[in-house]
Design a protein around this ligand. Structure first.
Ligand code: GLA
Length: 391
């Protein structure tokens, strides 16, 4: 594979020897259950066939040196500098290095060894596109440190430590979905996760449907603030609804019926955010039986409803995502289309009849280009395996 050759060559040029190991961790696409993971809801992602690859070797020095091949930048840190988020020369760590450094931090917090290493990494998960490039970086480094430390943690524990790194070190208050999908992916399967109990199961993707990812090429900017605000609105809704519904711990515990009874007590913006979550959890709870019954038509309809709700109630869409979704929903063979991931730009996910998928991708690209004015990237993805050591 080209990307592996690429990082192997850079590693040899930089460190004067071949890397001892290569790890890989995929990005993810989410089919249903958006912005519900941090509300104890259900999500239905799949790991995709795009990933972050790390070439690495242990080193005797006490400092870890990383080279981000895609950015052509280098950073060094050690257990001494990790807390202050600085490099070994005391300059601040560059933003991109917060993800791997955050993993080291979370591992140290968990009292797991973090052998110093030399590493080169690159990714073909586009950054800021809603496909969890950051989780894929975190999980790839998790595998690297696991390999060198010879400790073994269940994949879900790795995901939780990755989430902790992102919450507490990077500073994004994300849920568990992305790290979970990157760590636990199963080939040709969707993953249904209960974000409260962390129990999960695989659901085979029907063999006659394709997952098509359409990248609007609009990149999210400064979204962590908006993301954290959405999360705060959900918490506010719970606090207010608890006056009438004292048993609820999160929006997961609020039925659509109860929500409609008490919604009048919520400020308008909070009520819109909470309605999305309550109805989205209800939609996702239907997913398993629909997919198992092969009722892709109905499942696709739920995806379309999800997009409308993210656009009008949760307000995390953008004009380009709306154009991409609107065109897709009219095309032959499309069961459902919606934005995927946090929103504010990035990609849409489309469920399409396999035999129509190529034509669909082509027509969608042409339609988007003529309306939005620039060229999208559209590809058929495969549900892939989770994070792993390749060599
Ligand atoms: C981001 C977060 C996830 C999830 C999605 C929205 O990808 O990292 O935890 O909240 O947004 O569903």
């Amino acid at each position: 594979m080209e990307i592996i050759e690429h990082i192997t060559n850079i590693f040899s040029e930089t460190f004067g020897e071949k890397p001892a190991h290569i790890a890989r961790a995929p990005g993810r696409v989410n089919l249903l259950g958006e912005h519900v993971d941090y509300n104890d809801g259900f999500v239905l992602p799949a790991a995709i066939d795009r990933a972050t690859y790390v070439a690495f070797s242990p080193t005797d020095s006490d400092q870890t040196t990383l080279l981000a091949a895609d950015l052509n930048q280098r950073a060094s840190f050690s257990t001494q500098t990790i807390q202050s988020k600085t490099e070994t020369d005391s300059s601040p760590l560059p933003d991109w290095a917060h993800y791997p450094a955050g993993v080291m931090w979370a591992l140290l917090e968990a009292k797991l060894s973090t052998q110093a290493m030399n590493a080169v990494y690159a990714s073909n998960v586009p950054r800021g596109s809603g496909l969890s490039s950051s989780a894929s970086v975190e999980m790839a480094f998790m595998i690297a440190w696991q390999t060198l430390g010879k400790w073994i943690l269940p994949a879900m524990q790795c995901a939780l430590l990755g989430q902790k790194a992102e919450n507490q070190y990077v500073g994004v208050n994300c849920g568990i979905m992305d790290q979970f999908a990157s760590a636990c992916g199963v080939e040709n399967n969707l993953l249904l996760l209960d974000c409260r109990s962390l129990e999960w199961k695989t659901i085979p993707l029907p063999s006659d449907v394709a997952i098509v990812i359409a990248d609007t090429m609009v990149r999210r900017k400064l979204t962590s603030g908006e993301y954290n605000k959405r999360r705060a609105a959900c918490e506010e809704a719970v606090r207010l609804l608890q006056k009438d519904l004292p048993h609820i711990k999160s929006l997961r515990d609020v039925s659509v019926e109860d929500f409609n009874r008490f919604v009048g007590k919520l400020p308008e913006e909070v009520s819109k955010r909470a309605r999305h979550v309550v109805e989205e959890i209800e939609r996702t709870s239907q997913a398993e039986s629909l997919l198992e019954a092969g009722n892709i038509q109905h499942f696709g309809k739920l995806m379309n409803e999800c997009h409308a709700s993210l656009r009008d109630l949760y307000e995390v869409s953008c004009p380009e995502l709306d154009v991409m979704v609107r065109i897709a929903q009219y095309l032959d063979g499309c069961y459902g289309a919606r934005l995927t991931g946090a929103g504010f730009g990035g990609c849409t996910v489309n469920l399409v009849a396999l035999e129509k998928a190529k034509k669909f991708a082509q027509t969608l690209a042409e339609g988007y280009q003529s309306e939005a004015g620039y060229q999208p990237e559209i590809y058929i993805t495969r549900a892939s395996r989770g994070a792993e050591l390749l060599v």
